[in-house]
Ligand binder design. Structure first.
Ligand code: GDP
Ligand code: IMO
Ligand code: MG
Length: 428
């Protein structure tokens, strides 16, 4: 039995969906353990493109799928996604998809609040996906969230909603928006309440089911630099992303995770605001955006693009006990004559091998680069390491050395088979 977590090590959009889909055939189940429908995971199989937000990517290959207790669930978005996938020929029913009954719900007022608070921040905004993720997690830690299990009993639901709306209406009045009533929220959830409950199981039952399976894959959303503890706070999402969250959000114990594969893009991108020491605002940045199709899956926003930053990912690698990586989008660098890698920072003349938490230092960061010759040959769709140009192989070795990891998978295109496997991830 080998249970594996797939975690993004940058600011998201590293290609997690592609790698989860590529590996899915080896696993009995795929589990989402944090985040919500702020995620946008793309899977390309021949001419078909699937964009998954809340559903585990394994669902596309008919794998048993679990939405764990660490996820925040917008039920309207969930059923829209299920309907879209069903229309594309994917089979989804309560024996294929199970949702933990202690997962917390996102309602439309969470989205509204997310957007209102962002608008108020003006140029200081985080650049959230506007999907209510932050407000929903705030309610969770504030102990007032509605969990899926609260939908079962009408009287309990009304009581829980009164408690929740007491808080939200105070906030809404201060923002100049109308109060909400319990009846309004019940009217929002009622049309899909029974359907949602039919997909739900007690978390203890999910634990039992998972114990009976051989290989489980835990599918991370977002990326380590967006982690609410260790990311570029406050420009982060509202959940924990590092591998420790697997145990907290999946209905399994900490010893049920055998290894974590970190997903690294061969350069780096970010959507939304926040520090980005290696950002390229010149034509090379535009080149990466166009060549890598770096436009947000969820919001369609332009992704900011920059050189690979080894400083940023090192801490995430240590904190998630990552020894193996999947390096994606190598092909996007094919045409460049020079490629840079950031190996350190200078701030006020002092060397740093980590990103300081003190945000007042961020504007002063000067990246220290090593320059590497580009290979200027197409690597798209390459399936064996020997077929890669030597200079591309050297680039991979450089990243392995700087980050002290082994690349076991190299992705050379968006399609499932555009992949080089250097080692079977279940064999060690
Ligand atoms: P995720 O959020 O980590 O799953 O990543 P996204 O799906 O948001 O963004 C990754 C994008 O890159 C998607 O459009 C993928 O189809 C695409 N992609 C994944 N791997 C590769 C690759 O190796 N090369 C290229 N050119 N595109 C890739
Ligand atoms: P995947 O799983 C990239 C970013 C948002 C914003 C910040 C907070 O596709 O890699 P939120 O709505 O979560 O409160 O927004 O986090 N963000 C992502 N960026 N990929 C994602 O997911 C993201 N999910 C959230 O752009 O900067
Ligand atoms: Mg994405």
């Amino acid at each position: 039995m080998t249970n594996v977590a797939i975690i993004g090590l940058q600011w998201g959009d590293e290609g997690k969906g592609k790698i989860v889909d590529f590996l899915a055939s080896k696993f009995d189940a795929v589990i989402r353990f944090q985040g919500g429908h702020n995620a946008g995971h793309t899977i390309k199989i021949d001419e078909k493109v699937y964009k998954l937000n809340l559903l585990p990517s394994g669902i596309v290959s008919n794998k048993f799928s679990v939405i764990g207790s660490g996820v925040v669930v917008d039920p309207v978005a969930l059923f829209n996604e299920i309907d879209k996938l069903k229309a594309a020929g994917i089979e989804i029913n309560p024996s294929k998809l199970v949702i933990a009954d202690n997962a917390c719900l996102i309602f439309s007022f969470h989205n509204q609040l997310d957007q209102l608070l962002e608008a108020q921040k003006q140029e200081k905004k985080i650049g959230t996906t506007g999907r209510g993720i932050g407000p929903a997690y705030e309610d969770k830690v504030g102990r007032r969230a509605i969990r899926i299990c609260d939908l079962k009993d009408e009287n309990n639901l009304k009581e829980r909603l009164e408690n929740l709306l007491f808080y939200h209406n105070l906030l809404r009045r201060s923002l100049g928006v109308e109060d909400l009533s319990v009846a309004q929220i019940i009217a929002e959830i009622n049309p899909i309440r029974e359907k949602l409950l039919s997909y739900t199981k007690p978390s203890s039952e999910i634990t039992k089911i998972l114990k009976g399976l051989k290989n489980i894959m835990f599918e991370g959303a977002q990326g380590a630099l967006l982690d609410v503890n260790f990311g570029t706070y406050p420009f982060v999402t509202s959940s924990n992303i590092l591998s420790g969250q697997v145990a907290l959000g999946s209905c399994v114990g900490i010893k049920d995770l055998d290894k974590t594969i970190g997903i690294l893009k061969a350069y780096i991108t970010r959507v939304g605001s926040g520090p980005f020491p290696t950002e390229l605002t010149d034509e090379t940045g535009d080149f990466l955006r166009i060549e890598g199709h770096e436009f947000g899956t969820v919001t369609g926003r332009n992704r900011r693009c920059g050189w690979f930053d080894a400083v940023l990912v090192k801490q995430a690698i240590d904190l998630s006990s990552v020894k193996e990586i999947a390096l994606t989008k190598l092909d996007v660098l094919d045409k460049l004559d020079k490629i840079k890698i950031c190996v350190g920072y200078k701030i006020d003349g002092q060397d740093y091998d980590y990103l300081p938490s003190d945000i007042s230092l961020w504007p002063k960061i000067k990246p220290i680069y090593e320059e590497i010759e580009g290979w200027q040959e197409s690597t798209i769709g390459t399936k064996s390491i020997k077929e890669l140009p030597i200079k591309a192989q050297n680039y991979i070795k450089k990243i392995e050395g700087l980050c002290n990891v082994k690349a076991t998978i190299i992705s050379t295109g968006p399609q499932r088979d555009q992949t080089i496997v250097l080692e079977d991830i279940l064999s060690n």
